[in-house]
Ligand binder design. Structure first.
Ligand SMILES: [Zn+2]
Ligand SMILES: [Zn+2]
Length: 104
């Protein structure tokens, strides 16, 4: 999970817009299993880390079943973390390097 933690440090927090997210393993949330979360160090707000399978952004331009980008057909992808304030979730996903500028 080191790669995710490093990536998270470069991800802007959806709550305050600062790059103040830290990777925290929470075992006290009552879900049984421990949960990986992204925590805003400014407000203390927690974001659940979910897989792209669970919460794929609609406009996401990453690989689909075919392994190619649905937008441009390219196969070059880079990992990125997208956090949503509405769902309080952060998604770790692969994003097409060609279509990235149009995806926020
Ligand atoms: Zn924040
Ligand atoms: Zn693309």
């Amino acid at each position: 999970m080191d790669e995710v933690a490093a990536l998270l440090r470069e991800t802007a927090c959806p709550a305050c817009g600062l790059e103040d997210l830290e990777f925290v393993l929470r075992c006290d949330l009552g879900f049984g299993a421990c949960l990986w979360t992204a925590r805003c160090t400014t407000f203390g707000m927690l974001f659940e880390m979910v897989s792209a399978d669970e919460a794929l952004p609609e406009e996401f331009s990453g690989p689909r079943e075919s392994g190619a980008c649905p937008g441009c057909g390219g196969t070059a992808f880079e990992p990125r973390i997208v956090c949503r304030l509405a769902t309080r979730q952060c998604v770790y996903l692969l994003e097409c390097v060609n279509c990235r500028p149009t995806f926020r």
